[in-house]
Design a binder for this molecule. Structure first.
Ligand SMILES: CC(=O)N[C@@H](C)C(=O)N[C@@H](C)C(=O)O
Length: 698
């Protein structure tokens, strides 16, 4: 089965020429492989019938690549978080109504799709819902991550307290610690806990340690992390293959609103918790646990300071506790561990690397690193076949959205698996280009060129600045798709300046604590090199960025008038106020001193801004709070060189989303985002009038 666009493709156009077709492209995420290696499941998000939201469904892909992709779940609320039990039953979470309890208000429940076939059914519901599931690879064991109210004593008390809050319409949260918000969510009074899934009804437990679930109408959840407080927020737990323990990073407050992450082991039978690693200079996260459950990979993040840039390394730790042995410590990349080979001899990781994120294999005994995939693509969600010969992963690049592939680990050969949808044709081409920064360091970029660009028809140029700032333009993104702008005739430059990942520690050090310095001069060097080309029109350019990229767009606005327009999304404007108001102040307070923040703050240069700016911000953005956007907007109107006139009008624009977060996620809002950006760019770069969407109501 293949998802096809519901309208025929007009000649000479692509999905990137039509926002309705663009937002309707299916989006893959996540991969789960059954223990016997015969079944591979991914999640595919598609537009709902009204076009107002995405709904994800589970699809089965054939690991051998012979059979077409097959949709295996279907509901208005969608399904996610698939995890295979060793039996082949598939657990997932969904807020769809339970056919056996149609009266119940839908909240995310635990569902099971039996390996033997038949309908999916609910195996557990609870008032606070179920967030995610982890299944043991070598045992009949699984763990659920779910939230409980901080003061509740058991599941029934939790349900009563939730009902009391809801009935009284109380949303208040009394805090004693930090953080209080994350991304777009208010933290508390509920807190995450890990629950072991056990067979049987509450009070009627089934056979211990066995969760075939086949004859059981439901399962019980046993809380194995009682009394842990809020320490598991944002943790990524790992369940040992034998199901006997969990490893997880756990946050501990260290005073002054700061926190660090220690590594803990939780025994799933007893709930006994022990701290395996803690150090004032490092944060620890759990990586995958070896197939024999004896050894854990640990992600070691060096704690930063204004003069101490971040670094990420791997270590091996006896799962029972002991000393940490560095793994591949001389490798100048930041690895993300994915899985062990089944014989325990090597670890499969991904890492940003020169505009890609290949798959690598690290030999555990020698620490030797071998690059497996060689294409300019980014790999995620890597799982390993039971024979250890192949990996399956999602692969994307700036030329195609995520697709499922099979990778031969010995040769690096990559073959796409039959997919739910085809790769969308692109309205242009992609090139890798290189410039030299002010200090002589190489600055690499991707350059998207629209069809028809050439010396006789040079394309207007958009400089796109990525966020993070610790990141890289190396993978497909649905939120900033350069192809929509290429379809309108623009070239888009995607540079990786100082602070970008995948170029070694020196690239991070060059920009740490000095955002307005090397990151800015690198971006200008990349732009200079590209506008020198005959196929680019130097006289029609704009700079655009989101988050840190928006910070940099603001900095660009105050330091050069070379661009015709600037688009700044969810941007940091006044670094003196930003640090204490973002959702993770402890992170940003360690990035710069107050003096460095002031020195690098765009707001101090507002009087020099003479370029029209389009400010975009979502009110539910807790990462870069709306106060940044509001202050930027008011200061542009009152202090820039293009202030609001006596009629209140200005060349600047403010696109405000009252119900979006750091990202614009609703499909109809994404269309508004791209439409307003196109309108603004056409006005200032092309001198053309592009209509604004009628849904804006103006
Ligand atoms: C905790 C934190 O701030 N993390 C950063 C990765 C982040 O969110 N950066 C934002 C501001 C960005 O994308 O630039």
């Amino acid at each position: 089965m293949t998802l096809v666009p519901d309208s025929p493709t007009p000649a000479n156009t692509t999905a990137f020429h039509d926002l309705d077709r663009f937002v309707a492209l299916p989006r893959l995420s996540g991969l789960s492989l059954s223990a016997d290696g015969t079944r591979l499941v991914t999640s595919v998000a598609t537009l709902n019938s009204k076009g107002t939201a995405y709904t994800s469904a589970l699809w089965e892909l054939d690991p051998s690549g012979r059979q077409p992709a097959r949709r295996i779940t279907r509901s208005a609320k969608g399904e996610s978080g698939a995890a295979f039990l060793r039996s082949g039953d598939l657990l997932f979470t969904s807020a769809r109504p339970d056919p056996d309890n149609a009266e119940e208000e839908p909240i995310p429940a635990l569902w099971k799709l039996p390996a033997a076939g038949g309908e999916a059914r609910v195996v557990h519901t609870r008032p606070g819902g179920v967030q995610s599931v982890l299944a043991a690879a070598e045992a009949d064991a699984a763990v659920v991550v779910a939230e409980v109210l901080a003061g509740s004593t058991d599941e029934s008390d939790d349900g009563e307290r939730r009902k009391a809050r809801k009935d009284a319409g109380v949303a208040a949260i009394l805090h004693t610690g930090y953080p209080v918000r994350h991304w777009d969510a208010d933290l508390g009074p509920s807190e995450p806990r890990y629950f072991l899934i056990e067979p049987g009804e509450p009070g009627k437990p089934g056979e211990a340690g066995k969760i075939t679930l086949d004859d059981e109408p439901s399962v019980t959840l046993r809380n194995v992390t009682g009394g842990i407080g809020s320490a598991l927020r944002n943790a990524s737990p790992r369940l040992s293959p034998d199901g006997t323990f969990l490893l997880t990073g756990q946050t501990v407050p260290v005073g002054g609103g700061d926190q660090r992450s220690v590594l803990v082991r939780v025994d799933t039978a007893t709930g006994e918790r022990s701290v395996l690693l803690e150090h004032p200079d490092y944060d620890y996260d759990a990586g995958p646990i070896s197939p024999d459950s004896s050894t854990a990979v640990v992600v070691v993040r060096h704690r930063t300071g204004p003069d101490t840039p971040p670094n990420v390394e791997l270590g091996l730790l006896p799962a029972a506790g002991g000393s940490l042995t560095p793994l591949a410590s001389g490798w100048d990349r930041w690895p993300a561990p994915a899985a062990w080979l089944p014989d325990g001899s090597a670890l499969v990781v991904t890492a940003d690397d020169d505009g890609a994120a290949p798959v690598f294999v690290i030999d555990v005994a020698s620490g030797e690193v071998r690059q497996v995939t060689m294409d300019a693509a980014a790999y995620t969600d890597v799982v390993i076949s039971p024979d250890g010969l192949a990996a399956y992963a999602l692969r994307s690049s700036y030329e195609f959205p995520p697709e499922a592939v099979r990778i031969e680990l010995a040769t690096g050969t990559v073959a796409p698996l039959p997919a739910p949808s085809e790769r969308p044709p692109l309205p242009g081409t992609l090139e890798r280009v290189e410039a030299v920064g002010a200090d002589g360091h190489a600055v690499k970029s991707y350059l998207v060129l629209p069809e028809g660009a050439g010396a006789s028809a040079p394309a207007p140029l958009l400089l796109w600045i990525h966020g993070g700032p610790l990141g890289s333009w190396n993978a497909w993104t649905w939120r900033w798709s350069p192809w929509l702008l290429a379809a309108q005739g623009y070239a888009v430059l995607l540079p990786d300046p100082a602070l970008s990942t995948g170029y070694g520690q020196k690239m991070i050090e060059r920009g740490w604590g000095a955002w307005g310095d090397a990151p800015y001069t690198d971006l200008m060097a990349a732009t200079d090199a590209v506008v020198a080309r005959a196929d680019i029109d130097e006289s029609r350019t704009a700079a655009m960025g989101g988050s840190f990229g928006g910070y940099m767009a603001n900095w660009v606005a105050g330091h050069t008038d070379r661009f015709n327009a600037i688009v700044t999304h969810a941007s940091l404007w006044a670094l003196d106020q930003f640090g204490p108001t973002t959702d993770a102040s402890f992170y940003w307070e360690k990035e710069m001193t107050a003096e460095m923040a002031l020195e690098n703050s765009p707001h101090t240069h507002v009087g020099k801004i003479s370029t029209p700016m389009l400010v975009i911000h979502g009110d539910k953005d807790y990462r870069v709070p709306i106060g940044e956007g509001l202050r930027l907007w008011y200061e542009l109107l009152s202090k820039s060189q293009l202030p609001a006139g006596p009629d209140g009008e200005t060349e600047h624009r403010f696109l405000y989303f009252p119900d979006e977060n750091h990202w614009i996620l609703k499909p109809q809002h994404a269309k508004i985002w791209y439409s307003v950006v196109e309108h603004f760019l056409a006005r200032h770069l092309l001198g053309e009038k592009v209509d604004l969407p009628p849904e804006l109501g103006i």
